[in-house]
Design a protein around this ligand. Structure first.
Ligand code: B12
Ligand code: SF4
Length: 543
């Protein structure tokens, strides 16, 4: 099959246009969660609103005269790498693209080979907008390629079947077919082979295609791909492509059932890779020159026994890697877990704390108590592991008192970084089964229930932004906790980053209150000087 050219190009992330997003949030109106979130995640440079890392890049380029574009998408998109590696193992020729906007020249070169299939991943998309420009670009440069879209967006859209709304959305995205499957790698390989053979697409499981004016779904056959057999073959990628920070997945799905989250229902039972598979992948990453590893598993330290084995393996291997992951404090019950984490190179953890209020935690079915969180955060801090606490505001049961409890919790435990966001009411999440009991009306960022409304949650989040003083606010848009390992790979340490974030938090606060221009100007100067004073490796992407 190889002599027939490229079988598939897999396209990673398209971050979309920040201005479009800003306008959408502004249209939602002051007082809405959308507006509140947007205000606390951007900076303004030379009169233009932009995400945090764009501001960082612009301020830095002002001093260096370079055109570096620092972007978290420089850490190679994991779904694109994974699918590429899977297809190659099947004997197909495949190439990955990480960031659509950053790699258009490379994408154009790949498209000049007229690949049989172009696969569009949708890991981060909550609507169809980022897909459209990719499809248009591919159509223009490689009209003969079969474009397929798959991943979480398609899976989410089709939860109630291929309804008439879904039909319209499929036409609007403009692809040739869609794969509805929470995994999908097997279906993608079959599709590549079918397209190559010029054959009948209706035999490709999980495919939705449009043979006669209507989107029809082929046979549904859930995939259960073995994480050991399908682990990424990193030897197929170059050090230039991967860089110094890489992501790794060692498990699929999650064993918990938090009532605000539908992920376990979509992803099926928890599946894990063996310790030896992870060992081999880490060795390969170290060989490529990787220094920072991000485990994207939803609950990396669960099951606890496996977590300890993984840490022990990393200690044995001593590959000089620093790692980052999600971490459930409530499941790390002994000192040994924390000792092993630290000794194996744990540099930072994402803590899904969600709330500092016992009753709200119980409503969320978090199976966690605030005392466990307190002990956990203290133990992590003692070992110099950076802690980031993520908070949800306005879950059913939330009141002014519970918000106060969360503020107290954050000020008392003082995680290094934190962020709060209004509850995103997901109708497919378990809490909706109690919709009537809890008086939940609406969905997304427009809702009310027996104890709060979305507008109140947005206002409380603003209040928390002002009143949490012992932890530093971490912006979300194209930034988030996952930027820590990226920036560490560029030479920016967490204490330097925290100092910049402290200034940016104050800046956003003064700006959002419509505050004093002189204070604003002083803070802007302070931020620019802080950025200019850093030693930062050049970015892979350019403006
Ligand atoms: C790292 C990360 C980020 C980083 C990414 C950095 C980088 N360099 O890649 C950044 C900071 C950019 C980020 C941002 C966002 N993220 Co994020 N992020 C993640 C995280 C931790 C890992 C994603 C990942 O790589 N997964 C592993 C890959 C391999 O899995 P996968 O994409 O599902 O792919 C599999 C299948 O779905 C399939 N597949 C995928 N695409 C396709 C396409 C085809 C054709 C086929 C056949 C198959 C297929 O193949 C894979 C193998 O089976 C996840 C949580 C998690 N643990 O997954 C959240 C997550 C993906 N993020 C999420 C969200 C909501 C966002 C944001 C919108 C905002 C937010 N609330 O965080 C933003 C989006 C952009 C923005 N404007 O900021 C949600 C997605 C929800 C959804 N899509 O339904 C997740 C699941 C977290 C959560 N539970 O809320 N994120
Ligand atoms: S929020 Fe995290 S721990 Fe809870 S069910 Fe979802 S993925 Fe699992």
């Amino acid at each position: 099959m190889n002599d027939r050219g490229l079988d598939c190009v897999v396209v990673g992330y398209n971050e979309g246009d920040f201005d479009d997003y800003r306008v959408m949030c502004e249209r939602a109106g002051p007082g809405t969660p959308e507006y509140q979130i947007m205000r606390s995640e951007h900076l303004v440079v030379d009169g233009k609103a932009m995400p945090w890392l764009d501001a960082f890049s612009r301020l830095r380029n002002g001093g260096t005269g370079r055109a570096d574009r620092y972007h978290v998408g420089e850490v190679f998109n994991l779904a694109a790498l994974y699918l590429t590696s899977y297809l190659r193992r099947q004997g197909l020729r495949a190439e990955p693209i990480s960031l659509f906007s950053g790699e258009q020249d490379r994408l154009a070169a790949l498209l000049s080979e007229q690949p049989a299939v172009v696969a569009v991943t949708t890991t981060f998309y909550v609507n169809i907008l980022p897909v459209v420009p990719i499809v248009e670009y591919v159509r223009k440069l490689s009209p003969s390629s079969h474009i397929v879209v798959g991943g979480p967006l398609v899976d989410n859209l089709c939860q109630s079947g291929v309804t008439s709304t879904v039909q319209d959305l499929f036409y609007a995205m403009g692809a040739d077919s869609y794969i509805q499957e929470s995994q999908g790698e097997h279906s993608l390989a079959d599709l590549c082979r079918a397209v190559r053979a010029g054959g009948d697409l209706s035999n490709v499981d999980n495919l939705i295609h449009c043979p006669a004016g209507e989107w029809v779904r082929a046979r549904r056959r859930p995939e259960s791909n073995d994480l050991d057999q399908c682990s990424i073959d990193w030897s197929g990628f170059t050090p230039q492509l991967i860089g110094s920070t890489a992501q790794l997945r060692t498990a699929r799905s999650c064993a918990f059932k938090c009532s605000f989250c539908d992920y376990p229902t979509r992803a099926g039972a928890l599946a894990t890779a063996s310790v030896d598979t992870v060992r081999n992948e880490l060795r390969a990453l170290a060989d490529l020159g990787v220094k920072n590893v991000v485990f994207v598993d939803d609950t990396f330290n669960v099951p606890p026994k496996r977590f300890k084995q993984l840490c022990q393996m990393m200690i044995e291997e001593d590959l000089g890697l620093r790692w980052y992951s999600y971490f459930r404090c409530s499941n790390a019950r002994d000192e040994e877990s924390f000792d092993l984490a630290a000794a194996s190179g744990c540099a930072g953890v994402f803590l899904g704390i969600e709330s500092g209020d016992t009753e709200v935690l119980a409503n969320m079915h978090k199976l966690a108590q605030d005392s466990q969180y307190r002990t956990g955060i203290a133990r992590l801090k003692e070992r110099d592991i950076t802690t980031f606490a993520s908070i949800i505001v306005g879950f059913p049961g939330e009141t002014e008192k519970s918000v106060q409890n969360t503020i107290d919790f954050l000020n008392e435990t003082a995680p290094d970084l934190w962020r709060a966001q209004a509850w995103w009411a997901n109708p497919r999440s378990p809490v909706y089964q109690q919709q009537d009991l809890l008086g939940i009306e609406g969905e997304g960022y427009t809702w009310s229930h027996f104890s709060m409304s979305s507008a109140e949650a947005a206002a409380f989040t603003d209040e928390m932004f002002e009143r949490v003083t012992e932890s530093v606010w971490l912006p979300l848009y194209d930034f988030d906790f996952w930027s820590l390992p990226y920036l560490a790979g560029k030479g920016v340490g967490v204490s330097e980053l925290k100092s910049l974030l402290r200034t940016s938090q104050e800046l956003m606060g003064v700006r959002n209150r419509g505050g004093e221009p002189a204070r604003l100007a002083a803070l802007e100067r302070q931020l620019a000087e802080g950025v200019a004073g850093l030693h930062v490796e050049p970015a892979r992407f350019r403006y």
